[in-house]
Design a protein around this ligand. Structure first.
Ligand code: CUA
Length: 317
């Protein structure tokens, strides 16, 4: 049924057909019984709408047994069929490539076997089993890739896992599927599936950049970092007040801190606030930003500062 599949997200993992098959079975079974039951209901309403005393209620043990056993059997079919797919989803092949994920308010941080990290962009090889080992640095999040038909919660102080094998070289959305605060709807990421040779090239490039990283001018590069590495979820660039102070007109102005102190927003202040945000918290804001020490490269920190600087020194507050 092609039109039913058009209602579903594209299927791009080895697990997707199995999940879709369970979904289709439940869908068609439900539709069938809906039509049968509503049909009988409507028929009875019309057929027996008068003279209700002429047809007294009766009791039939055979009928009761019949309509108890049939649904029981059907539900057992669904259970066994669904259970087999569930088991398939649960247990990763033992030679799967392992990638660690940390969910934070509000970004995804991926750590690869060679120790490098990327933010919001998960780069995986095509047609390889990949196991994702997840934990949260703060509250509950949920890692959801609709095209792969996989979804799993991330918890603080505990590891959870899921696995998939991507079957199409393309870019797919990652959503956070568990409400986790103000930035929840913007906690977006991408899975970038690369053919084996492109993946090797990416891997051998060494530094912790993302696949989309190119050397461009620092301001453009900074904008890219701002957009892909989680800054955007909290810091606006149009002066509007979000979870965190806006970047508009920040550079070169004095900033009032919790505790009454005032600092000048220069390179050193910005750098410190990116790497160790809890040191100087801006008055009126919560200390919720995770430290980016060891997460952003030197080059990325420089670029973000260049970007913030480009957002003007004219505007006030
Ligand atoms: Cu993280 Cu919702």
């Amino acid at each position: 049924m092609a039109w039913l599949h058009r209602l579903l997200p594209e299927a791009a993992s080895s697990l997707a057909p199995g999940v879709d098959a369970v979904f289709s079975l439940i869908f068609w079974m439900s539709l069938f019984w809906f039509v049968v039951i509503q049909g009988v209901l409507i028929f009875f309403v019309l057929r027996y709408r008068k003279n209700r005393t002429r047809y007294p209620a009766f009791h039939s043990v055979a009928l009761e047994v019949f309509w108890t056993l049939v649904p029981t059997f059907l539900v057992m079919v669904l259970f066994v069929y669904g259970w087999r797919q569930f088991r398939n989803l649960r247990y990763a092949p033992s030679d799967a490539l392992e990638i660690h994920v940390t969910g934070r308010q509000w970004l995804w941080q991926f750590t690869y076997p060679d120790g490098r990290t990327t933010l919001n962009d998960l780069v995986v090889p095509l047609n390889r089993d990949v196991q994702i080992v997840m934990k949260s640095a703060d509250v509950l999040h949920s890692f959801f890739v609709p095209a792969f038909r996989v979804k799993q919660d991330l918890l603080p102080d505990r590891y959870t896992r899921l696995w998939f094998r991507a079957t199409r070289a393309d870019t797919f959305e990652i959503y956070c599927a568990e409400y986790c605060g103000t930035g929840h709807s913007r906690m977006l990421g991408r899975v970038i599936v690369l053919p084996e040779d492109a993946y090797e090239t990416w891997k051998n490039r060494g530094e912790g950049g993302t696949a989309s990283t190119k050397r461009v001018d620092p301001v453009e590069r900074g904008r890219q970092v701002y957009e892909t590495r989680g800054c955007k979820a909290c810091h606006s660039i149009d002066g509007s007040r979000g979870v965190a102070p806006s970047f508009l007109g920040l550079y070169g102005h004095s900033v009032e801190l919790e505790g009454g102190e005032t600092v000048l927003a220069d390179e050193n202040y910005l750098r410190e606030s990116i790497l160790d945000p809890q040191r100087k918290v801006v008055k009126g804001f919560q200390p919720v930003m995770p430290p980016f020490q060891g997460v952003l490269s030197e080059e990325e920190v420089d670029a973000v500062i260049a970007f913030i600087r480009s957002l003007g020194t004219e505007e006030g507050e």
